[in-house]
Design a binder for this molecule. Structure first.
Ligand code: CAP
Ligand code: MG
Length: 413
């Protein structure tokens, strides 16, 4: 029974022949032992030597531990370990992010980053629209997109949802969306909501304002594509999919459906179950890379360390880069900053983002404005304009009533 070593420290590998992963590993064992346990379990090994593993199989398909730097372990998986046609992201995740979390050799392990070879990247089409496509639809070439999430997140009728969106658009917002828990409840059937919101958006367009609203079509695998086509038929200007509850396959199925001619907003609800713990799980950067491959046009990346949801600025910047980098053959994804946003925090978010190429959206920060949704929308737009024009927000508020009321209510960050 041959014994095989998965250690290949310092070995130069052809980056176009491997999927290269970086893991943060916590273990009481020597790091080499822990790293080898991951490489073995995720490729040709198991907990004991086996008579059925031969030199040829090992040579062709074994993963390699190519670097150990403190608690960071780099493991290279041969491209041949991954499916050629079917299998896609589910099979990729089973290799790079599967059994390893349960290995008794590890106290914790977090998949921090992944780099794919060209042969795998070319199996995916990426976003159909991307950030530039969204800007074209909205006739908004350079300022940040400004959006809202209809609040309360559940309970409004289709008519009241549409009224909310009409008010938000009248206040200048470019984007609306369903919240992550709203799909097709009895109080707001998706067909009625989609049609009512479409009428509100048509009215806004007749009044000279361009706005899209993402209808949440999160559902099971066999229905999501048909629901996407139905929602588009009912007038949806954008679709939303909760990627972690629906799966990456749902994004890919809808994005690659030739009948779908509207962008996809990707919500990441449930992500914190795997991204929040710095020693265990998966980084949002990896999720963002997979969403981009599968065709998401806009993706929540957190609030760069300044909002209500957890996440430090460095992670936020990594997520932003995963959406916007030029090192993959795909259109760029619009990074969405959401979660506890309000007008007074906008300058800090834009400063942290270091660019205007983002979508800032607020639910409570619009619906909670003292003078209602339209004024809340105006205050968010005024906050974005102040940052875009490089004017101090307090100064800007001296001549913008709605922003002044928002700053009085929630302050600045
Ligand atoms: C924001 C939101 C979004 C969060 C999710 C919410 O509402 O609708 O789902 O943005 O977090 O339900 O919290 P508020 P993330 O604007 O009222 O906070 O974007 O980090 O995935
Ligand atoms: Mg929400």
């Amino acid at each position: 029974m041959g014994s095989y070593s998965y250690m290949a420290l310092g070995e130069e590998i052809d980056r176009d022949a491997y999927v290269v992963c970086k893991y943060r590993v916590t273990t009481d064992l020597p790091m080499e032992k822990a790293a080898e346990a991951i490489a073995a379990e995720q490729s040709t090994g198991t907990w004991t030597g086996i008579s059925t593993l031969n030199d040829e199989v090992f040579r062709n398909y074994a993963a390699k531990v190519t670097a150990i730097d403190g608690d960071m372990v780099t493991i290279a998986f041969p491209e041949a370990d991954f499916s050629i046609k079917v299998g896609a992201v589910p099979q990729i995740l089973s290799v790079i992010s599967g059994n390893l979390y349960g290995l008794s050799a590890l106290k914790g392990v977090r998949l921090e980053d992944v780099e794919f070879p060209k042969g795998i990247l070319k199996q995916y089409k990426g976003p159909k629209f991307g950030d530039a496509g969204l800007r074209e639809i909205l006739h908004r070439p350079e300022k940040p997109l400004v959006g809202t999430i209809v609040k309360p997140k559940i309970g409004l009728s289709p008519k009241d949802t549409a009224k909310y969106i009409y008010e938000a658009g009248s206040g200048g917002l470019t984007n609306g969306k369903d919240d992550e828990t709203l799909v097709d409840q009895a109080f707001c059937p998706i067909e009625d909501r989609t049609k009512a919101v479409a009428e509100a958006l048509d009215r806004l367009r007749e009044e000279g304002h361009y706005m899209v609203h993402a209808i949440n079509i999160s559902t099971n695998g066999q229905d999501v594509r048909e629901l996407a086509e139905d929602a588009q038929k009912w007038g949806a200007s954008q679709l939303m999919i909760d990627v972690l509850t629906c799966g990456y396959g749902a994004i890919q199925a809808v994005a690659e459906d030739p009948k779908i001619k509207v962008p996809i907003h990707v919500h990441r609800t449930m992500h914190a179950a795997m991204t929040k713990d710095p020693t265990n799980g998966i980084s949002m950067r990896v999720i963002a890379k997979l969403v981009r491959m599968c065709g998401g046009d806009a993706l929540h990346i957190g609030t760069l360390g300044v909002g209500k949801m957890e996440g430090a600025i460095t992670e936020g910047k990594q997520n932003q880069l995963a959406c916007q980098s030029d090192d993959v053959p795909y259109k760029k994804v619009m990074p969405v900053c959401s979660g506890g946003m309000y007008p007074g925090i906008v300058p800090a978010v834009i400063k942290a983002a270091g660019t205007n190429n983002l979508q800032i959206q607020a639910g409570g920060g619009v619906a909670g404005h003292p003078e209602g949704v339209r004024a809340g929308a105006m205050a968010m737009c005024q906050a974005v304009d102040s940052a875009f024009e490089g004017v101090d927000i307090e100064k800007y508020a001296e001549t913008h009533h709605e922003l002044k009321l928002a700053l009085d209510r929630w302050g600045t960050k």
